[in-house]
Ligand binder design. Structure first.
Ligand SMILES: *[C@@H]1O[C@H](CO)[C@@H](O)[C@H](O)[C@H]1NC(C)=O
Ligand SMILES: *[C@@H]1O[C@H](CO)[C@@H](O)[C@H](O)[C@H]1NC(C)=O
Ligand SMILES: *[C@@H]1O[C@H](CO)[C@@H](O)[C@H](O)[C@H]1NC(C)=O
Ligand SMILES: *[C@@H]1O[C@H](CO)[C@@H](O)[C@H](O)[C@H]1NC(C)=O
Ligand SMILES: *[C@@H]1O[C@H](CO)[C@@H](O)[C@H](O)[C@H]1NC(C)=O
Ligand SMILES: *[C@@H]1O[C@H](CO)[C@@H](O)[C@H](O)[C@H]1NC(C)=O
Ligand SMILES: *[C@@H]1O[C@H](CO)[C@@H](O)[C@H](O)[C@H]1NC(C)=O
Ligand SMILES: *[C@@H]1O[C@H](CO)[C@@H](O)[C@H](O)[C@H]1NC(C)=O
Ligand SMILES: *[C@@H]1O[C@H](CO)[C@@H](O)[C@H](O)[C@H]1NC(C)=O
Length: 438
């Protein structure tokens, strides 16, 4: 067994050392015009295969990264505007969409619009200032060779997007037994004990998750910190070659509660709801063999949560090794407080290296007619109307299609006039059981 871990470790080292583009990474620079490699070594490609919408440079100078200097924007109408991305079936991915408004438009209203993955609602993007980058992240299991990311439902301003990224996971990372019914939408991913405000991401994280520093100060983010909280760090290697594989750099820093407890309060975007919540621990502090570190989690109002005692060194079977206890399905509030408290028989206070919380988002399986329509449009690859992408009905219907309002909608009418169709009525249309108008 040991040699297998050794081999995996070696592969990880090789792949992070070579700065080549990782397999399974896609980084789209929306509105961009040329390929470029950023300072992290990520290769950005322009989204110029899309002809929808318009492209424009933003007008605020604060952001220097090239992928943020432009956006692609879309009309504020009832249609949806989709990117269709190639994926590998039965593989888990992280998809990240970012939005830097940068005053690109002539509209004086900040945009508000929805983003969806396939037919499933993902999030509402609410822009509230021109220099803040809004980031949405989701983990999903691909069940088809493509996935679509769509913008729709503009309530103010024009929908737009700055970047769209796909990162492929290996093995069983983020496996859940409900992954064919729920996406995981990121709410918090925190690197405790961080030495600067910078996030840790690629190449330190081979999957390019963004681990936010606990030094960053923002409203309702890691406040009410317990007294006696201290940052510690190590340069010793930490074994992170299993579980969710948090990056070693994240596990080499931690906070410890010198006065017996570690506690924080933060707002959880997307909650209240059911979520996936894991803590990442590794014993990285030197202490004498007659000292012990044992602690328990307390969440106000949830006595049932407080049961298991954590002894990192024992649970991880050694020092400098990952231990990641967590909850696959836990009900969490929007204003979330938690505390790790040392047990009475422990000589030392708790430790915490990192934390991740995702909300479960129910997958919407979309229109019953989706596969028939996919087969229809595949015969008209030259035509613009065949490239609207995503589900024919959800979250908004294709511009030439009308759907009923069932949870899994059916197509009730199709308008192909002016679409330059000649010859026979396509066979597919006879399979649309809800069609009443042609
Ligand atoms: C994708 O994988 C699923 C689950 O194994 C399978 O049912 C489906 O047919 C596959 N789809 C394609 C297009 O390969
Ligand atoms: C569009 O957004 C509004 C407000 O954000 C929301 O109430 C409405 O349900 C959304 N419509 C659709 C079709 O998603
Ligand atoms: C994931 O697996 C693929 C194929 O086995 C490998 O090429 C790649 O380097 C792995 N990536 C990471 C981050 O381990
Ligand atoms: C981190 O950012 C905060 C504002 O969010 C600032 O007050 C603080 O000085 C910064 N700290 C470091 C170490 O850069
Ligand atoms: C830690 O606890 C000790 C003893 O209870 C107390 O004197 C000290 O002020 C506390 N430190 C902090 C930072 O609260
Ligand atoms: C989580 O648990 C609740 C209550 O038991 C249940 O209703 C819900 O379906 C579960 N969600 C997931 C994603 O497993
Ligand atoms: C420590 O002991 C006290 C008194 O027996 C008890 O109330 C408290 O819950 C214990 N604390 C922990 C963390 O076990
Ligand atoms: C059908 O589409 C054509 C052109 O795309 C448009 O002129 C016409 O008004 C549409 N008809 C209906 C009933 O929506
Ligand atoms: C309609 O199709 C014909 C033959 O395929 C083509 O020559 C013509 O340019 C098309 N017209 C439009 C408006 O797309």
């Amino acid at each position: 067994m040991a040699w297998i871990f050794g081999l995996v470790f070696l592969l990880l080292c090789l792949s992070t050392a070579s700065k080549a583009q990782m397999p399974g990474f896609l980084s789209l620079d929306c509105g961009g015009t040329e390929k470029h490699t950023d300072s992290l070594g990520l290769l950005w490609t322009p989204d110029d295969q899309t002809t929808l919408g318009g492209t424009v440079a933003i007008s605020t100078p604060e952001e220097a990264r090239m992928q943020y200097r432009t956006v692609r924007y879309f009309p504020a109408d009832d249609n949806k505007y989709c990117y269709t991305l190639q994926v590998q079936n039965r593989t888990r991915y992280l998809v990240r969409a970012t939005f830097l408004y940068g005053n690109f438009g002539t509209s004086d209203a900040y945009p508000t619009f929805d983003i969806s993955l396939g037919a499933s609602y993902w999030s509402t993007i609410v822009i509230s200032d021109e220099n803040t980058i809004e980031v949405e992240e989701l983990i999903f299991l691909a069940t088809l060779p493509t996935v679509s990311v769509c913008l729709s439902n503009a309530t103010t301003g024009q929908p737009f997007i700055s970047t769209l990224e796909l990162r492929q996971f290996n093995g069983s990372l983020y496996f859940t037994t409900v992954e064919t019914q729920y996406f995981l939408s990121l709410s918090a991913r925190i690197n405790f004990g961080a030495e600067s405000n910078y996030s840790v991401r690629y190449p330190d994280d081979p999957f390019d998750r963004i681990w936010e520093s606990d030094s960053v100060r923002k409203a309702n983010y890691l406040v009410d910190v317990a007294p006696g909280t201290e940052k510690i760090s190590t340069t010793m290697p930490v074994d992170v070659s299993y579980g969710e594989r948090p990056p070693e750099k994240v596990m080499q820093t931690a906070v410890v509660g010198r006065n017996g407890s570690l506690g924080y309060r933060l707002d959880l975007d997307g909650f209240p709801g059911f979520g996936w919540a894991f803590s990442y621990f590794a014993e990285i502090e030197d202490f004498h063999s007659d000292e012990t570190r044992k602690f328990k989690l307390f969440i106000p109002g949830m006595p049932a949560i407080s049961k298991p005692t954590v002894d990192v060194q024992e649970n991880a079977q050694g020092r400098f090794r990952l231990y990641e206890p967590g909850y696959y399905n836990i009900s969490l509030p929007f204003v979330f407080s938690f505390e790790f408290k040392k047990t009475n028989d422990s000589s030392m206070g708790p430790i915490l290296n990192a934390l991740e919380i995702y909300k479960y988002l129910q997958i919407n399986f979309g229109s019953k007619d989706a596969s028939i329509m996919a087969s229809l449009v595949s015969q008209y690859v030259q035509a613009d109307w065949a490239h609207e992408g995503g589900d024919p009905c959800l979250p908004a219907s294709w511009s030439w299609v009308q759907c009923n309002s069932d949870p899994q909608p059916k197509i009730v009418s199709i308008n192909l006039s002016g679409k330059n169709l000649t010859g026979d009525i396509p066979l597919e249309l006879t399979k649309l059981t809800g069609l009443i108008d042609l």
